[in-house]
Design a protein around this ligand. Structure first.
Ligand code: FE2
Ligand code: FE2
Length: 496
């Protein structure tokens, strides 16, 4: 019987084995059954308000791992929990029987004291006694119907916070192919994973393939089998660049990467270089998922966690004094543009010493989603280099900040700063930007910081192709008049 701990490498033995072995191969040979306790500052926490004593007792007894559950039997209890800001509550579920009428006084109380807290209802039937438009007006995220368990609640509220082992395994069910066998599979049905970033625990949760011909794939790992590190490593040594998993498994792989990133960052024995590889990997996987499946709760929540992981990593890197810095920036030359932008942004924000974690996370999330509007454009425009487009195509391209902002504004409970920054990330104080040609005083500082991070990452990608190119000097020479003094100072302090 597989347990979720099988997914986790044994970090206790990291140093002992790690020093002598090539990093990549070493990563592939990590396997043991050692359970690792997550210690995440991001652990989701739910407040459940319900007058039913037995229901609350059952919820508390369930002890869902990695989730803090607060319960309130009375309005007074709930109000105390809400008012105390030390209680890091990320979602509230209110029973419609909690207070008359239909839980509304409690909803109102939460909206007054924690305006951006997502709220769901618990009721006997799916409408909870409201009309659909009333639920929308109240910004109710979900209505849960009883009977419901704590695990079902948390799975539904925080998709991606857990590695859904059963569902991951179910994707491979019925696949009769054995390891070493080849299969004809249409390319669109598989998802490529960078072979150097691939990491597994003691057992594989996915059928893993390598490409051996057009539409022909060789199975190298079977879901549920003991992880054969040597076999996997031998393909990396042979120069295989990508492994493939089934596209249906992509969301579970994303959950898995998220868990792994959290585990790596929480462990002091893990080298910072490995941590940064994994954070970049998570950022790239999340944006791939977003491109393939669009905006969903899973992609948004993973994006939020990626952003927060990035801040933890940057703290670890200790910026300029760290010898890993240039190596780290070199890695970003090949990362997805969204990932690279967030990491650069995170370094800039660290120099700005923002004290409010929420603001930092909002700006970073804007950085991650800044080009999401490009995915909506025809490929020949959205994926093109701006300078190669003709005037008409440029006009279409220049709409991507607006398209992205509109898309993001539809996400329930999103902070208004996020779509604003996305809309303004190409605006420049000398009016040379787009889509609105704004000028000095009209552009939010957060938008400028995202704008310069965006630009710097574009230039890092260029350095990946032209090794003599110097991105920071180039910005200094050609772009400093496009940004405010404050933004330039932050950039100088961080990168020059
Ligand atoms: Fe853009
Ligand atoms: Fe961009």
């Amino acid at each position: 019987m597989l347990s979720k701990y099988d997914a986790l490498p044994d970090f206790q033995s990291w140093n002992a084995q790690g020093q002598a072995v090539d990093n990549i191969i070493f990563r592939l040979t990590l396997h043991s059954l050692s359970p690792l306790v997550y210690n995440s500052p991001m652990a989701p926490a739910i407040l459940i308000c319900d007058p039913d004593k037995d229901f609350l007792a059952a919820i508390k007894d369930a002890k869902v791992p990695n989730v803090d559950i607060f319960t309130a039997l009375t309005e007074i209890e709930a109000q105390h929990l809400i008012v105390n800001r030390q209680n890091k509550i990320s979602h509230t579920c209110i029973s419609v029987d909690f207070c008359e009428p239909k839980g509304l006084p409690m909803i109102h109380f939460i909206k007054t004291h924690r305006p951006i807290m997502p709220i769901s209802l618990v009721a006997a039937e799916p409408t909870a006694g409201f009309k659909p438009e009333e639920l929308t007006q109240l910004h109710i995220q979900k209505v849960f119907t009883k009977p419901i368990t704590a695990q079902q609640l948390t799975n539904d509220l925080f998709p991606g916070s857990f590695f859904e082992l059963d569902k991951a395994l179910a994707v491979s069910e019925g696949n009769e192919e054995a390891v070493g066998g080849t299969q004809n599979i249409e390319a669109g049905k598989l998802h490529p994973i960078d072979a150097y970033s691939f990491i597994s625990g003691s057992k594989s949760f996915f059928d893993v393939y390598v490409k051996v011909g057009s539409d022909k794939y060789l199975m190298i790992l079977k879901s549920g089998d003991q992880f054969d590190a040597d076999r996997v490593a031998s393909y990396v040594k042979k120069g295989v660049k990508s492994f493939y998993i089934k596209r249906e498994a992509q969301q579970y792989y994303l959950q898995y990467c998220d868990k792994l990133t959290n585990a790596l960052l929480s462990n002091q024995n893990v080298p910072v270089d490995t941590k940064s590889k994994q954070v970049v990997n998570l950022g790239d996987e999340t944006i791939q998922y977003l491109k393939n499946f669009g905006m969903s709760e899973l992609s948004m929540q993973t994006a939020v966690r990626f952003v927060s992981h990035t801040h933890r990593l940057v703290k670890d890197l200790k910026l300029r004094t760290n010898p890993h810095m240039s190596q780290f920036l070199a890695r970003l030359e090949k990362s997805e543009h969204s990932t690279g932008t967030v990491i650069i942004l995170s370094m800039l924000l660290a120099s700005m010493k923002y004290s409010d974690e929420n603001t930092v996370n909002c700006i970073s999330l804007s950085g991650y989603l800044h080009d999401i509007g490009l995915f909506q454009l025809p490929k020949e425009i959205g994926e093109a280099d701006y300078d190669t487009l003709n005037d008409e195509q440029k006009k279409v391209f220049e709409q991507h900040p607006n398209l992205g902002a509109e898309l993001i504004a539809k996400v329930p409970n999103i902070f208004p700063l996020v779509p604003q920054v996305v809309r303004q990330h190409h605006e420049r104080r000398n009016h040379k930007g787009y889509p609105s040609g704004l000028g000095a005083g009209q552009i939010a500082t957060a938008s400028e910081i995202v704008g310069i991070a965006d630009l710097f990452h574009e230039l890092l990608i260029r350095r990946g192709k032209e090794p003599d190119f110097n991105p920071s000097k180039f910005i200094e020479r050609h772009y400093f008049d496009e940004f405010s003094f404050q933004t330039i100072e932050v950039f100088r302090k961080t990168f020059l």
